[in-house]
Write a protein that binds this ligand. Structure first.
Ligand code: UD1
Ligand code: UDP
Length: 439
């Protein structure tokens, strides 16, 4: 078996690393492709080093640009490589332009696509990420899904449960493995060592890069006005290159940089960053990965957005959406700092993203599909017979698997009277509503 992996940005390197590691450990052939969307050493190369994975075999070097051109250049490069390498499956992770490009090209070449971190939905189609992840889902064969809630999003869109695998999120694998290594190593980045982070209290780690925040002057201004007043905190801000550029364009960079309690530094490596957040009292961010890492490492997080495709973190109480509203940011940040009971409750929120074995589960599922010929994407040769979509209230003591066998059907959705459930094979259906296709 040969697995292709396509990635292009910092978070994809971090979240794909545990899978790349697992592929290599099992001796499976790997075709490893970097689109080059992120290219600064601090946004790319340093992560292969810190996460101890090889650098990709190919770098398409697309660089920055408008979405259409950038995605098109990625597609052209990926197509040439895949036509030559012919992997059995191509894995993409998350919701960036690499995901869109990799998924479209592979599916048109009739190569199976595996979407890692599938099923997330912000329901906000103005976000390029929402467009990318939805299109990727349409082209995919296998879906590696962090939580039951995300799996239900895919069921609601009509995807077959047979192709959905709830694995947890690979960010937990990365966090657990590398935090220990990081702590033994200590801080490497000079800017952090100079700040003497180890002896600093009330650390607020800040990251932001979302277009809907940093490209809109009124929103960044609100956020900066809030930071201005958070003088009881030591704000450490490893700044994303996009944000640095827009703050400079808006003439806001110097104002922020001159505040005594705000320390703007360049983006830092993963081992340094894990240590920094694990020592933080609070994380303020619009990053997707950071919402997950915060809950994994028991750090309260305030998310600078009005929606999130990670609603589980909010539901369990570890994450509060504060938008870019100055007063809401201040109220919640001050409460976390001063109200121990409130902060402890956020810290103790249960991590919805699994145990840190998402990469093992992902590669196990791929191996199983490969062994059973399910990665072969061929035009159908069977005559397709019709099916009827039905709904039923189940009265008998029967599991999902037995129900499907008995009724020659595939179950899509299950409702237990209170919430939707993911139809795993052994789920008992008595008293539940099911929606199923009967063949
Ligand atoms: C991209 C992803 C986003 C992801 C983020 C992770 C898309 C549509 N967006 O957003 O989903 O959350 O990465 O960080 O795929 N730049 C540099 N050096 C670099 C990379 C970027 O200076 O190495 C600057 C350039 O000015 C560039 C800007 O940052 O124009 C934005 O980069 P881009 O990759 O287009 O989007 P991100 O905001 O990084
Ligand atoms: N990160 C890092 N160094 C930094 C800032 C972030 O290593 O200076 C890591 C962080 O731990 C997380 C990931 O980068 O895993 C998040 O990336 P980003 O916020 O760029 O993207 P998103 O997750 O929003 O797609």
């Amino acid at each position: 078996m040969k697995i292709g992996v396509v990635l292009g940005t910092r978070p994809e390197i971090i979240k794909m690393a545990p899978i790349v590691d697992e592929i290599i450990k099992r001796g499976i052939d790997l075709t490893f492709i970097h689109t080059g969307q992120h290219y600064d050493k601090e946004m790319s190369d340093n992560f292969f080093r810190d996460l101890e994975i090889p650098v990709p075999d190919y770098n398409i070097n697309v660089g920055s640009g408008y979405h259409g051109k950038q995605t098109a250049l990625m597609m052209r490069g990926i197509e040439e490589i895949l036509m030559d390498e012919k992997p059995d499956i191509v894995l993409v992770q998350g919701d960036t332009n690499a995901v869109l490009a990799g998924a479209l090209v592979a599916s048109k070449l009739h190569i199976a696509v595996g979407h890692v971190e599938a099923g997330l939905r912000s329901f906000d189609m103005t976000m390029p990420e929402e467009v990318n992840r939805r299109i990727c889902d349409v082209t995919s064969t296998m879906y590696f899904i962090p939580t039951e809630q995300s799996a239900i999003n895919l069921l609601a869109d009509g995807y077959s449960r047979k192709n959905l695998f709830i694995t947890g999120n690979t960010v937990v694998d990365a966090c657990f493995r590398h935090l220990e290594i990081a702590k033994k190593r200590g801080f490497e980045e000079e800017s952090l060592a100079d700040l003497d982070i180890d002896n600093m209290d009330n650390i607020l780690t800040l990251t932001m890069h979302r277009a809907e925040n940093v490209d809109i002057k009124s929103r960044v201004t609100n956020i900066i006005n809030a930071l201005n007043e958070l003088t009881d905190m030591n704000i450490i801000f490893p700044i994303h290159p996009r944000t640095k550029k827009t703050l400079q364009d808006f003439g806001l960079f110097d104002e922020l940089n001159n505040l005594n309690h705000v320390h703007i530094i360049k983006p830092i490596g993963y081992l340094d960053f894990l240590q920094l957040i694990s020592k933080s009292t609070l994380i303020l961010t619009d990053s997707g990965g950071l919402q997950e890492e915060a809950i994994t490492l028991d750090i309260p997080v305030l998310t600078l957005r009005y929606n999130t495709e990670r609603p589980e973190t909010v539901a369990v109480g570890g994450n509060i959406l504060v938008g870019s509203d100055k007063e809401v940011i201040l109220k919640n940040a001050n409460r976390i700092l001063n109200d121990k009971e409130f902060a402890d409750k956020m810290k103790n929120a249960k991590n919805p993203y699994g145990q840190g074995d998402a990469a093992i589960k992902t590669v196990d599922a791929i191996q199983d599909f490969y062994d059973n010929g399910l990665l072969d994407i061929k035009a159908p040769e069977d005559i397709m017979y019709s099916f009827e979509r039905k709904m039923d209230l189940v009265n008998e003591d029967i599991s999902v698997k037995d129900f499907e066998e008995k009724n020659n059907s595939l179950i899509h959705m299950v409702y237990d009277g209170q919430k939707m459930r993911f139809p795993v094979d052994d789920l008992k259906l008595k008293g539940m509503f099911v929606i199923f296709d009967e063949y």
